[in-house]
Write a protein that binds this ligand. Structure first.
Ligand code: NZQ
Ligand code: ZN
Length: 389
């Protein structure tokens, strides 16, 4: 049934080759103190750091740096960042990087002035911040997460091996995001394609649920078709501006909360993927790629009509003379072939998963109930074992 909802997305987007030219007008909206957040150094190699620093200087900002945000940002790093944001009394947190930097910046924003332990409050009890928070702006350099226009802020607790995604409300979305597809050209191929699969997974998590006729499902089929097409082009020619632009824009719409409105969602691939990430620190998109086909084969009998529709509308499977099961399975075969074509990891062993990790991964997999089948811990293990064959 079409559910009730409020839709509000406050993020301003600047998109295109000249998008960074909009940064000065954005900076003018905030106070003097800027916390500049970035990762392991890619922005220094590709020149984005220099351009951003020149703009910060020209705007007369007082800049404190918080570098070294790792892929899968950790709780220890978050505590460090919160302290730095407090010390410099940040008026703006400017994230220059991928989803990890942007997620981390949101978490720092909520944690800097938080009373009590941020992990307990935001990641165990899923509270919204009630104290002062700091506006976040983003210059995006890696495409996939949708973090540039949502409230997601995934943090890994290395002590407990838990990787948990807090989804903040719209007050915590980035105030603005700058999206130049050319900034993503320097991504290594494995990161680029991990991002492509992350996008696909975000869409499928919201598509494979419900039995109603919902406009969002039609939107998602369109996004998926464009992703499959542009993904093929970008893998052959990573500097194809049109393909990279399409993919950047699909990523944003895949997870800026629009397509989830009015419908149930699944998210179990992400729950398993995050638990694998917590145990292995593997690249997010690859953790999803490793478990998706085994997971979807497992739940297919429980959502047969939707898998049939997916095969026909997204993968152009010809239904003539075939049973619903045959059609649905052919759709998943085509999806697996596309995954092999773009080159994502499809075996969990390649991510470092070993048999002895499985009980912890199963324990740390949060079980959600919005999809076609509610999994047990044993089923989680069986799905990962299937991926390890
Ligand atoms: O750290 P640097 O040196 O910048 O290198 C990064 C990093 O090693 C590199 N990179 C980024 N842009 C580059 C570049 N290298 C060369 N050229 C560029 N232009 O790429 C590596 C990966 O970056 P990262 O930010 O970690 O990737 P991604 O954007 O995939 O973010 C992953 C994080 O986002 C979370 C994931 O769990 C993970 O922690 N997610 C956030 C979501 C959200 N906000 O809604 C949802 C997702 O499902 C996801 O869980
Ligand atoms: Zn994801």
């Amino acid at each position: 049934m079409f559910g009730n909802f409020t839709y509000h997305n406050p993020t301003r987007l600047h998109f295109g080759k000249d998008a960074l030219a909009q940064l000065p007008q954005e900076l003018a909206r905030y106070g003097k103190n800027v916390l500049l957040v970035y990762g392991g150094g890619s922005i220094k190699k590709n020149g984005i750091y220099e351009q951003v620093c020149a703009m910060l200087q020209a705007a007369g900002k007082s800049v404190a740096e918080d570098a070294g945000v790792m892929p899968n940002p950790t709780l220890d790093k978050l505590r460090e960042g919160a302290q730095r944001a407090r010390e410099c009394n940040a008026d703006l947190i400017l994230s220059v990087g991928g989803g990890s930097c942007c997620d981390y910046s949101k978490a720092v924003s909520a944690s800097a002035w938080c009373e009590g332990d941020p992990w307990e409050r935001f990641y165990k009890r899923y509270e919204e911040p009630t104290e002062k928070t700091i506006p976040v702006g983003c210059v995006l350099t890696m495409v996939g997460t949708g973090s540039e226009m949502n409230g997601g802020a995934v943090i890994t607790n290395t002590a407990t091996k838990e990787k948990i995604g807090k989804v903040f409300g719209s007050a915590m979305f980035p105030h603005f995001s700058i999206m130049n597809p050319e900034f993503t050209y320097t991504l290594p191929k494995n990161q680029m394609v991990a991002g492509f699969f992350d996008i696909m997974s975000h869409i499928l998590e919201q598509y494979f649920s419900g039995t109603d006729d919902n406009t969002s499902d039609y939107l998602m089929e369109g996004l998926l078709r464009s992703l499959i097409h542009s993904g093929r082009i970008a893998v052959k020619n990573p500097q194809d501006y049109e393909a990279r632009s399409n993919i950047m824009w699909i990523a944003t719409w895949a997870l800026n909360t629009l397509v989830a409105k009015g419908k149930s969602t699944d998210w179990m691939v992400h729950m398993i993927g995050q638990a694998i990430g917590g145990a292995t620190d593997a690249t997010h998109g690859m953790t999803l790629a490793a478990v998706s086909i085994p997971y979807y084969r497992h739940i297919l009998p429980h959502g047969l009509a939707k898998f049939r529709r997916y095969a026909i509308n997204v993968w152009d499977v010809n239904p003539d003379g075939k049973t619903d099961e045959q059609i649905a399975n052919e759709g998943l075969e085509r999806m697996a072939a596309w995954m092999r074509e773009i080159g994502v990891v499809m075996n969990a062993r390649e991510l470092g998963v070993t048999e002895d990790m499985l009980p912890t991964i199963a324990k740390n997999t949060i079980i959600l109930t919005g999809g076609y089948k509610t999994l047990t811990a044993d089923e989680v293990i069986a799905i990962i074992r299937e991926s390890m064959k």
